[in-house]
Design a protein around this ligand. Structure first.
Ligand code: QAP
Ligand code: CO
Length: 179
């Protein structure tokens, strides 16, 4: 299964994802294909809607202290629910669906999340640091929310301007290579 990353301003990124009810080989295929796309595009988190599937599925793969990304630290979350949150933190976020743009976003410092694994087993996790931020970013995707939706009015305007310019340049360079 070859997946393509859906990029802003694609309307699909605004869709609300549906709970997963079947923990079957189709789900496992989707998870494995999502992992491949996340790694090949240098991501640390990916939600299913970012590859066009409106399902409550997300992946997290936070690099270790040596900046190495290992499959051992891969977390697959199905049907996640934040059950507790506390504190405040700010981090300069990016998103595979909003390439080449990074901006500060406010989040909870800590979250507790209940979710299911690929076999439907109930799990829970308490997270802080980058993992907590990544979880909140990815769960937002399941609700059709992007990190740029959380920016102040003036930063959002700045984003729209920069992004439009970037898309225009992308188009020009593409038409140039095709001749
Ligand atoms: C979400 O984001 C996230 O613009 C995951 O050119 C963000 O993996 C979690 C990426 C912040 C925690 C903190 C973005 C790759 C990857 C780009 C990503 C790009 C190439 C973003
Ligand atoms: Co994202």
């Amino acid at each position: 299964m070859k997946l393509t990353i859906v990029e802003y301003p694609d309307k699909r990124l605004k869709e609300k994802s549906k709970p997963v009810v079947k923990f079957d080989s189709e789900l496992h295929k989707l998870l494995d294909a999502m992992y491949e796309s996340m790694l090949s595009s240098n991501g640390i988190g990916l939600a299913a809607i970012q590859v066009g599937y409106a399902k409550q599925v997300l992946l997290l793969n936070i690099p270790d202290e040596n900046d190495a990304q290992s499959r051992d630290s891969l977390i697959e979350m199905i049907n996640p629910v934040v059950v507790e949150s506390s504190g405040e933190t700010t981090y300069q976020e990016g998103c595979l669906s909003v390439p080449s743009f990074y901006e500060d976003v406010n989040r909870f410092e800590r979250v507790s999340v209940n979710y299911q694994d690929r076999d439907g087993n109930t799990k829970s996790i308490e997270a802080d640091g980058l993992l907590s931020i990544a979880i909140q970013h990815e769960i937002d995707h399941l609700n059709g929310i992007l990190f740029i939706d959380k920016l102040s009015y003036s930063r959002r305007k700045k984003f729209e301007k920069e992004y439009k310019k970037m898309l225009k340049e992308k188009k020009i360079s593409k038409s140039g290579t095709k001749e």
